[in-house]
Design a protein around this ligand. Sequence first.
Ligand SMILES: [Zn+2]
Ligand SMILES: [Zn+2]
Length: 223
Amino acid sequence: MHLNFDSAGALRKATGRAKSDVANKLVSMFLHEISRRACAAGGSVVSDSQYSSIVVKVFGHQCLYCSRDLEPDRAAVEHLDGMNRFRAGLHLPGNVAVSCRRCNSEKRRDDQRPRLVLALSGWESFLSHNGSRCDEKCKTCAYWVSIWPDLSTRTQELVDAGDRIRSFRSPFARFIRWSDAARPAIQLRAEGLYRECQNFATIEIEKLTSELSFDFASLTSTE
Ligand SMILES: [Zn+2]
Ligand SMILES: [Zn+2]
């Protein structure tokens, strides 16, 4: 049996992933800090009981996207605009709700696109995949087809979910307006932070490794 293992390629990919993960964590910290300041200024906290009672009042104990019952251990804190450098979503009232794990992970595909084509925001884009606007390979469309096979039911359910979310967000209009206005500046800085972190990692690791001046030559095989 021949085991084909591209260890050099695997290591290169893992390094790239680690570098990107570190940079994404910094972006996340940046977005959390902005969220903390905006919450303090706006006098509202996402974690207080008043906020969660509004979430429960609008969505019940159901996923805000697919309306399936949330099993307590399978529920995820969901950011309507994802907290990454592309969507620049914030942990603010009106952007935080609860979804099922499946929707939370299926929505990530749209959240991680530098540019959206179906809608302006991540959550609206996610709900736009009704199976009639993408090519047949679209995984998000396939996801919604698996839940509601019939096109007209599916289209209606997705529209209803969007309407529910809009009405949920209406009491938090000032936070949403503020986030919308701040988004371009946040995206720009977050992108800069992401690049700078990656450069820092590359340069610093190269420097540290050189400074150690290991005798790599002794590893040269003579056998
Ligand atoms: Zn769901
Ligand atoms: Zn689609």
